[in-house]
Design a protein around this ligand. Structure first.
Ligand code: FES
Ligand code: FES
Length: 122
């Protein structure tokens, strides 16, 4: 059902944790399943320098959170805002159709964290 890359990110998730003095925090809940994801950002000169996540959710939610942190780090916030759930799923070599909504959670949490950063830095 899952690709090797999904299993790898599920079993060894990257960038798990919290950032105490985060510049932006985004939390979203998935209306379909009730899973929750929180993303913390450290931003310098508009570039994402550090990113951590906590996910209370299924294996696909953990894998997509993990891989989106790798995709977003060192990107400008505008580049990171353009990351889509489809790209996240592709990066993992695909997700089973019933698990596509899990990748929405990762993309939405990242967007919410960036919006929070922008709000804090007006
Ligand atoms: Fe709980 Fe899948 S959402 S086992
Ligand atoms: Fe809820 Fe995957 S089943 S995010």
């Amino acid at each position: 059902m899952y690709t090797e890359k999904v299993m790898d990110h599920f079993q060894n998730p990257r960038n798990v944790g919290e950032i105490e003095d985060a510049d932006g925090v985004g939390e979203v809940g998935n209306v379909k399943c009730g899973d929750i994801m929180r993303i913390y950002l450290k931003v310098e000169d508009n570039v994402i320098k550090d990113i951590k996540f906590r996910t209370f959710g299924c294996g696909a939610a953990i894998a997509t959170s993990s891989v989106i942190t790798e995709m977003a780090v060192d990107k400008t916030i505008d580049e990171a805002l353009e990351l889509t759930n489809k790209q996240v799923a592709e990066e993992l070599g695909g997700l089973p159709p019933v698990k596509m909504h899990c990748s929405n959670l990762a993309a939405d949490a990242l967007k919410t964290a960036i919006e929070d950063y922008k709000k804090n830095n007006k």
